[in-house]
Design a protein around this ligand. Structure first.
Ligand SMILES: CSC[C@H]1O[C@H](OP(=O)(O)O)[C@H](O)[C@@H]1O
Length: 367
């Protein structure tokens, strides 16, 4: 996508042919800082600290992290240990393990002398696959917006979204935001309610920034405002992304997503989840019991980061001194609350039958 008219992806190989470039998402929306990663430890830090974040993107960046490591040591031991280390950086998004598994399958059979180049090629394939996949997700979600627009001619389609599922959560285009971008670019009047998405504010800091750069009308709201807006007919559809979808269609996503789904259910607002194939985990049936939920530092809840009037970016404590904090970073929305799934292959019910209808080859995956 573009930043002030200049095309970017969220991860790319530097001109030097080997180091890896990323946008530092902890500095957005205040500054566009491009980081240069030169080893797997820097990649691990970037993922853990959320300099790069978003389920598909952390998978792609981890793949390049493995390539960086193999430049120095392409032994079997290094291949396995670095893949394991990177796989431990964040527990919930299955895309991280999906990408590393794909890299290991590609690299184990390759002679160490040829492994580094093969790793860059495999990482590039993951990145390119993600770009086309996310573009396609947008196309398959577009009819949902068109149908709503047809029922309210001349009025904007009001879409509520949670967290950031845009091009900076993927290699390009995004998932739920890919649908919004394609609707906007098709000339459909849309307006986006952007959940701020405490505690890391991926909505108010990242989604609002992305939509602003693309010219999409939007309004930032408190996370707790969505239900009220639905009760007053202000939300036509909720579109979110996800970090893991189970065989039965349960959806792990940013904390607060489940509450949005409950409000949708109570107000008959469609709740759609956009995902690439790399977010499917067909080995899990019961998401609530089986998906590991990342517990992040309490400090993220007890503080907030923002920009002062004179342009300084600071972090201030918002909680009472001495109070403890709890920070589960994801929750699981049961399939029964999901209207449907939007994938690169089409839309389906949030069910095993729905998913296998689109991905019959996944039937054999361990369950
Ligand atoms: C396109 S998937 C984005 C997905 O990832 C986010 O989590 P985080 O910001 O912690 O990486 C969030 O759950 C989004 O829905």
């Amino acid at each position: 996508m573009k930043i002030d008219g200049v095309a970017y992806r969220s991860v790319w190989v530097d001109e030097d042919g080997w180091s890896v470039r990323i946008l530092d998402q902890t500095r957005l929306p205040w500054t566009v800082d491009i980081l240069r990663l030169t080893d797997e430890q820097q990649v691990a830090h970037a993922i853990k600290s959320m300099q790069v974040r978003g389920a598909p993107l952390i998978g792609a960046v981890a793949a390049y992290g493995l390539a960086l490591a193999l430049r120095r040591d392409a032994s079997d031991a290094a291949l396995e240990s670095v893949a394991a280390m990177l796989g431990e950086t964040r527990p919930t998004a299955i895309n991280l393990r999906w990408a590393l598994a794909r890299m290991l399958a590609a690299l184990r059979p390759v002679a160490p002398a040829a492994r580094a180049q093969a790793a860059y090629d495999a990482a590039a394939a993951i990145a390119e696959d993600d770009v086309e996949t996310c573009r396609s997700i947008g196309q398959h979600g577009l009819p949902l917006i068109q149908d709503i627009a047809a029922r309210k001619p001349g009025q904007p389609v009001n879409i509520l979204t949670h967290c950031n599922t845009g091009w900076i959560a993927t290699v390009d285009y995004g998932t739920a935001l890919s649908v919004i971008y394609q609707a906007h670019d098709a000339g459909i009047p849309v307006h986006v309610w952007v959940d701020e998405t405490r505690p890391r504010n991926q909505g108010s800091a990242l989604t609002a920034w992305e939509l602003g750069k693309h010219g999409v009308p939007h309004t930032v709201i408190a996370d707790n405002a969505g239900g009220h807006l639905m009760q007053h007919g202000q939300v036509d559809i909720v579109l979110v992304g996800t970090d893991r979808v189970t065989r039965h269609g349960d959806v792990a996503n940013k904390i607060g997503t489940y509450l949005k789904a409950l409000a949708c259910h109570d107000n008959n607002v469609p709740f759609w989840v956009a995902l690439p194939h790399s977010t499917l985990d067909m080995s899990v049936r019961d998401g609530l019991r089986e998906i590991p939920i990342e517990e992040r530092a309490a400090e993220e809840v007890l503080t907030v980061t923002g920009q002062t009037a004179d342009g300084k970016v600071v972090t201030v404590r918002t909680a009472a001194p001495g109070s403890a904090g709890a920070n589960p970073a994801f929750d699981v929305t049961p399939a029964r609350l999901v209207t449907g799934l939007i994938t690169e292959r089409g839309r389906c019910d949030a069910s095993e039958a729905g998913l296998l209808g689109l991905y019959p080859e996944f039937a054999a995956k361990a369950a």
